[in-house]
Design a protein around this ligand. Structure first.
Ligand code: SF4
Length: 457
């Protein structure tokens, strides 16, 4: 996943607006950050590896003037973690110069890349985002028509903010996998991956972009283009489970409330005899609150988290991940001698939970009952979330009892798919749930290699 932001706001300190918009989207990507601005016909981009606050200083922001901007926080899916893949990516094409910030994963990027190469257009990075930028930069028509020509050719998941010809544009794939919302400023417009970003910059939430919709933000205001036929809606259910910030609203649902409901339903579906309910902070906290409320078992913080360590899930290699977990949690003394229920939002590889269970037993817990607020993750994601290959998913091909044995818990239970769906308060037909069911809403490549480019770069 990644965070994207865009703003058309003449008279505002545009770089500062983008900076704070991205700051609220930091949870969606911690590897790199960047801002592109358009100032009197000139596009300037500043992007680098690191957190938003590490990449930008007062001095650097002062060098980014103009009325329009886009920005990005990156977490690597397609393309490796390196500077050349930091976004916004810029393409100087035959028709225009384009800057692109992308959240998602194109499933036909390899095909499109070959086609561009056949047209003599070579790309400098391994990211599928550059494919989108190159197609738009080389489409010989005004921007509106260029979008209409290029977007129908893209397959997969994409929520995009772009900048060209002094105009901010944004679009969302036909299924609406990844979120993208529009906000209104007194003097302009903002787009962002999540509503928490609109809140931080003082924008009023206008609406979510519809699946298949493109918008243009410029001196003519906000114009909506229906360039893609909407497909079967397939918003990512994992945004509600883990990815989105709890204070964001997705499709009219506040994420925090949905997560609390998962915990309440989990307590009803898989009760445990215990003395304390504790979360794996912070991602498991709302569900643990719900579990405690519904079960009547007292809530305890239990594990104190060092909040200055980056989210483990988001770091790209296993060595960093293992290291991160050890730095991250310290159990409270009140766990000693108690039977505890530990609640997390999900289990992906199982390595974090195994270490947490072991930490709790070392701290003297008498029993450790693991409760997971979503069903087992059994299949990889092709739509922009770093679910590992099947073999690395701890639940793939295993019974719940086998997973329990692997994590070393006294008992283990997952929320049912029906329970998760109920917690969202929306019909299952509007969601992608492929990582939980193995049933993909679009055609996906036969090889389960998640479309990572095996390029020499
Ligand atoms: Fe989201 Fe899972 Fe679908 Fe990927 S496969 S888009 S993580 S629900």
């Amino acid at each position: 996943m990644c965070g994207v932001f865009g703003a058309w706001a003449p008279g505002r300190d545009i770089a500062r607006l983008a900076y704070f918009g991205l700051f609220a989207l930091q949870h969606r990507g911690q590897e790199s950050a960047g801002i592109a601005v358009w100032d009197r016909g000139r596009l300037t981009t500043l992007r680098d590896m690191g957190l938003v606050a590490q990449v930008f200083s007062e001095q650097k922001l002062r060098g980014l003037g103009g009325d329009v901007a886009i920005g990005h926080t990156r977490y690597s899916t397609t393309g490796s973690s390196q500077w050349s893949n930091a976004q916004p990516l810029v393409q100087h094409g035959r028709a225009r110069t384009v800057a692109i910030a992308h959240n998602g994963n194109l499933t036909n990027a390899a095909e499109l890349r070959e086609e561009l190469a056949a047209r003599g257009i070579q790309l400098g990075s391994t990211s599928d985002t550059e494919v989108i930028a190159a197609l738009l930069a080389n489409e010989p028509a005004p921007l509106e028509q260029a979008l209409a020509a290029v977007l129908p050719r893209l397959r997969g998941a994409f929520s995009v903010a772009g900048l060209a010809d002094g105009t901010v544009f944004a679009f969302r794939d036909r299924q609406g996998f990844r979120p993208l919302c529009l906000g209104r400023l007194a003097d302009g417009w903002v787009i962002a991956s999540e509503s928490c970003s609109l809140d931080l910059v003082g924008a009023e939430h206008d609406r979510e972009l519809s699946p298949g919709e493109a918008i243009l933000l410029d001196g003519a205001g906000c114009r909506s283009l229906a360039v893609l036929e909407p497909g079967r809606r397939a918003q990512c259910i994992f945004e509600l489970v883990y990815l989105a910030r709890p204070d964001s609203r997705l499709a009219g649902v506040e994420v925090y409330g949905a997560r609390v409901r998962t915990g309440e339903l989990l307590a009803a579906e898989a009760p445990a005899e215990a003395d304390l309910v504790l979360p794996v902070p912070d991602s498991g906290t709302p569900a643990a609150i719900g579990f405690a409320r519904a079960s009547g078992i007292p809530f305890s913080e239990g594990l104190i988290k060092n909040r200055y360590v980056a989210r483990t899930f988001i770091q790209p290699d296993q060595a960093l991940r293992e290291h991160g977990i050890r730095l991250k949690f310290n159990p409270l003394g009140e766990i000693a001698g108690r039977r505890v229920v530990v609640v997390d939002d999900s289990i992906v590889r199982g390595s974090t939970m195994r270490q947490i269970v072991s930490l709790l037993f070392e701290a003297g817990a008498a029993e450790v009952h693991v409760r997971v607020a979503c069903p087992p993750i059994v299949s990889p994601c092709f739509y922009g979330v770093d679910m590992p290959d099947e073999d690395d998913l701890v639940a793939h091909g295993k019974a719940v009892e086998d997973v329990r044995g692997l994590v070393g818990a006294t008992s283990l239970a997952y929320l049912s798919l029906a329970g998760l769906q109920r917690a969202t308060a929306q019909p299952s037909s509007t969601f992608c749930r492929a990582c939980l069911t193995g049933r993909y809403p679009t055609r996906v490549p036969a090889a389960l290699d998640k479309l990572r480019f095996e390029l020499a770069a």
